[in-house]
Design a binder for this molecule. Structure first.
Ligand code: ATP
Ligand code: MG
Length: 152
């Protein structure tokens, strides 16, 4: 496990950028984002999007469960899930199918769907320490991130 402290929104976004730059698109990585409301999950996702060359603004998909973004330059996909409003273990969506599809999958509030989370994932847990200070814990549960700790 790796613990990083950020002191503003920009640093959290930059961490997302670094994370995504380390991961390989071909591995179809799954990134779980844990943390309370306004912890900085979507902020980190913005950095991931930038690293993939996504120019559209990434915001919390409050009224949809998932938004998909495509990079115009690299043709890469980012699936951004926000499961906050989902009832626990809701089966109405084919979430499981998405988990194994091409591209980056970023999931806010993954605890809503424990049954759907694949065996391999990278987990990022954000804790708010004060107004601008965040403690960010990164845990790798996948072959594609085992060397991450030495890279960040
Ligand atoms: N170090 C920091 N990292 C990230 N965000 C920060 C930091 N300091 C302050 N903030 C503020 O905290 C808020 C984080 O919002 P964000 O939408 O990223 O949270 P979230 O975890 O996605 O929340 P939600 O669960 O509502 O989707 C923003 O208003 C941002 O400006
Ligand atoms: Mg969010």
């Amino acid at each position: 496990m790796l613990t990083i402290t950020t002191h503003n929104e920009q640093e959290t976004e930059a961490l997302g950028y670094q994370l995504a730059s380390f991961l390989r698109y071909e591995e179809a990585p799954v990134i779980l984002l844990e943390g309370d409301l306004a912890a900085g999950k979507t902020t980190l996702t913005k950095g991931i999007g930038k690293a993939l060359g996504i120019t559209r603004v990434i915001n919390s998909p409050s009224y949809t469960i998932m938004k998909v973004y495509q990079s115009k330059t690299s043709n890469q996909y980012l699936y951004h899930f926000d499961l906050y409003r989902l009832e626990e273990n809701n089966q109405d969506y084919d979430l499981e199918e998405y988990m194994y599809s091409e591209g980056f999958k970023v999931i806010e509030w993954p605890n809503k769907v424990p049954n759907v989370i694949p065996e391999h994932y990278l987990k990022v847990s954000i804790t708010s320490i004060s107004d601008h200070k965040r403690q960010i814990k990164i845990t790798c549960h996948a072959p594609y991130c085992i060397h991450l700790e030495h890279q960040l």
